[in-house]
Write a protein that binds this ligand. Structure first.
Ligand code: ATP
Ligand code: MG
Length: 469
């Protein structure tokens, strides 16, 4: 993909910008502005969604300024299919509401208009301006500089200053089909550089999620984070712990469910950004980088990427159940030791704890935590379900996901778990008649006695054995 992008860029810039010597002006703010006319860039209206065009035209015909902005313009220039089209205008949310019957006003931190076309939503924002100090109603920051409200309206030039990266400060003007590029966005697109607009530390403090966006765009677009944008990330990574967990859930979806999860995980580790999102997992792998939890993370990320890239369905229920399995095991062992509960029961108690802890940073909706619990419970039942229970277990709606997790655990841990995973694989892959034979001769057929007292149980290290042994 990288080659395709760079070839495309080369063609784009060789054919157009560089040959026509565009004027670049410097605004009072210090930000540069380059305007590229229609005949000098590659974006055509045919590439823009019909609904986005409808919105742009209606605003324009009603006397407002209207631009396609951000990722949509960036991706079109790179020859990629934009995920969504965002529109920006000088009409206020109230003006927009009057123009479109299918308009919904949303957002508190950023007040936005959503124009709804069935399942397609075009987001329309009003140009953002500078913060007027002291006006709590429109703009507000907390002690670390994070913006809690950002509803001051301004001009397009001011709006550009509020964008995150220069490659996202690109505007396609519906009035004359030109592109406005601020802060050298087009040049950065050409060289594959992610550069923040303004002072990086201030911009990360205003919104720490920009650090995650830097990683996401670097892997998605195969770009380099500019040295000045990369430098403060390690120091400021902890600020992510302050971000509301519901927003973090959305960001995690973009990071891990778009086919670049493994690359994002690795880069997040490099910058210390994984810890604030997954503190439980971080402590597992920090103490022992060879912990099966580390292998599990890598396998889950790689599997999820492979599924996304093959257009197969993925679910946060499996993703979080698999990632959090080892922290769950560790917590269950602690509870068992403290309380004397059998490990099997301690595991049930630990499920609530682990989910509660994880949801402090990433609030996983209940519709996914409930099936994640089922997937965990089935891990315990796999240990104890030989004939005839094995047949019953297979009928459970969560069997497939739970079985997949067992296979991953087998690979991560080896030993007894790998043996059990292997037994289940044989069982699942066999025909009905062979299954009956396998079920009778399972590794634990005849039933191995469960050691109910964990104090007497030889304490295996957390990398081996199973929670229900
Ligand atoms: P993608 O949709 O591919 O994830 P995008 O750049 O379009 O990437 P969006 O989240 O759709 O990202 O945002 C649209 C635009 O809004 C961005 O291109 C950027 O200009 C601006 N933007 C979004 N989030 C921020 C932020 N946290 N800080 C500053 N500007 C932002
Ligand atoms: Mg977008």
């Amino acid at each position: 993909m990288f080659r395709r992008i760079s070839q495309f860029c080369k063609q784009l810039f060789d054919d157009s910008q560089t040959s026509k010597n565009q004027e670049i002006e410097t605004l009072d703010s210090g930000l540069s502005l380059e305007i590229v006319p229609r005949d000098s860039h590659s974006i055509s209206r045919r590439q823009i969604s019909e609904n986005a065009l409808k919105v742009l035209y209606r605003l324009h015909k009603s006397g407002y300024k209207a631009y396609l902005v951000g990722g949509g313009v960036r991706d079109l220039l790179l020859g990629l299919e934009p995920k969504d089209f965002d529109v920006v205008t000088d009409a206020t949310p109230e003006d927009i509401k009057k123009l479109f019957r299918n308009c919904r006003l949303v957002g508190r931190r950023f007040r936005l208009a959503h124009i709804v076309f069935g399942r397609d939503i075009i987001e329309v924002a009003t140009f953002r301006g500078h913060h007027s100090h002291g006006n709590d109603k429109t703009s507000k920051a907390n002690a670390s500089g994070r913006l809690l409200r950002d509803n001051v309206y301004g001009s397009i030039d001011e709006d550009a200053e509020r964008r995150d990266f220069t490659v996202n400060a690109l505007y396609y003007d519906i009035s004359d089909f030109s592109i406005r590029s601020y802060g050298g966005g087009l040049q950065d697109l050409k060289s594959g550089t992610l550069r923040l607009i303004g002072d990086p530390e201030t911009r990360y403090r205003e919104d720490p999620v920009r650090m995650l966006r830097a990683v996401r765009f670097a892997t998605k677009l195969n770009m380099q984070i500019d040295a000045s944008a990369a430098a403060p990330i390690r120091k400021l990574a902890h600020l992510l712990s302050d971000i509301p967990s519901a927003r973090m859930y959305e960001e995690a979806l973009k990071l891990f469910f778009a086919g670049k999860g493994e690359a994002n995980f690795e880069m997040m580790q490099e910058y210390g950004l994984f810890q604030p999102l997954f503190p439980l997992l971080h402590s597992c792998i920090k103490e022992n980088p060879k912990d099966p939890a580390a292998r599990m993370i890598q396998m889950v990320m790689a599997n999820t990427d492979a599924r996304v890239n093959q257009d197969k369905p993925v679910t946060p229920a499996f993703f979080y159940a698999a990632l959090l399995w080892y922290p769950l095991r560790t917590r269950a062992e602690e509870i068992a030791l403290e309380s004397g509960l059998p490990l099997y029961d301690a595991c049930f108690a630990a499920m609530g704890d682990i989910l509660e802890d994880q949801c402090r940073s990433i609030s996983i909706p209940r519709r996914f935590t409930a099936p994640a619990r089922d997937i965990w419970q089935m891990q315990l039942r796999f240990e104890r379900s030989q004939n005839p229970r094995a047949f019953k277990l297979m009928e459970s709606p969560k069997f497939r996901a739970a079985y997949d997790l067992l296979q991953l655990r087998g690979e991560a841990e080896g030993g007894a778990v790998a043996k059990n995973a292997h037994w289940w694989k044989n069982f699942v892959q066999a025909d009905e008649a062979t299954r009956t034979v396998i079920a009778k001769s399972g590794p634990k057929a005849g039933g191995r006695k469960r050691n109910r007292n964990p104090r007497r149980r030889k304490r295996s290290d957390s990398s081996n054995g199973s929670a229900a042994e």
